[in-house]
Design a protein around this ligand. Sequence first.
Ligand SMILES: C[S@@+](CC[C@H](N)C(=O)[O-])C[C@H]1O[C@@H](n2cnc3c(N)ncnc32)[C@H](O)[C@@H]1O
Length: 231
Amino acid sequence: MIGSLNLPHTILNVSVNSFISTLGFHSQTLKLTWYIAALAVDYVLWAKILWCSAASTGEEPYTIAMTACEAFGTLKPPVEIYATDIDTNVLATASKGVYPYERVSKLSEKRRREFFQKGTGQNEGSVRVRNELRSLITFSQLNLLDDQWPIKEPFDAIFCRNVMIYFDKPTQTKILSRFVPLMKPHTLLFAGHSENFLYVSNALQLLGKTVYQVKNVASTPRTAVKHGATV
Ligand SMILES: C[S@@+](CC[C@H](N)C(=O)[O-])C[C@H]1O[C@@H](n2cnc3c(N)ncnc32)[C@H](O)[C@@H]1O
């Protein structure tokens, strides 16, 4: 049952450098891995659908994709990532998946080797995200302020990082209230590290530092939190 994930401790204790940032690719410990890995263990038969709602130039959705590959131990994890943004220019960059080498220079050598191809000749100094990773992600335009979102299905995780800052409090409240029906009981909502959604929504409860879940569906903290896996 989806609402009663029994997360194994060994998986929860996995901590992998992730690198979601507005500033580009860099190493940042973010324990998204334990969540995806736990889903992998319990629900390997179903594809996980994740939404990155302000994907910008792609670093965030590619980070999610890399984390999923590592969690599932394959370049073809059962994961679909919807990456949206209001800005079609940033989406074009994201979808191309080509970055100056400096953007990935802080990643581990292993990640650079597994997930990027080095440009040669004219493309010297650039890297390109491997096709397998790109194929996990669908990029499309979506304005969070639009009355209708072309998205109906519930997600296993929603990422809404570093975009709420653009909106006033009532708008933030409205957006969060629209996320709630798109969240299943186990769904995690990821905020940016300096954001706090509890000020603008009473439908959510905090798990760890910047991760939320719909309130009242799990009256006790998830196993992950009990065992000290802060996110
Ligand atoms: C600071 S970047 C955050 C990128 C990424 N989430 C991160 O944390 O690294 C903010 C992004 O929000 C997008 N954005 C701004 N207003 C938006 C809106 N109304 N709907 C969707 N995206 C929006 C911008 O185009 C930009 O790409």
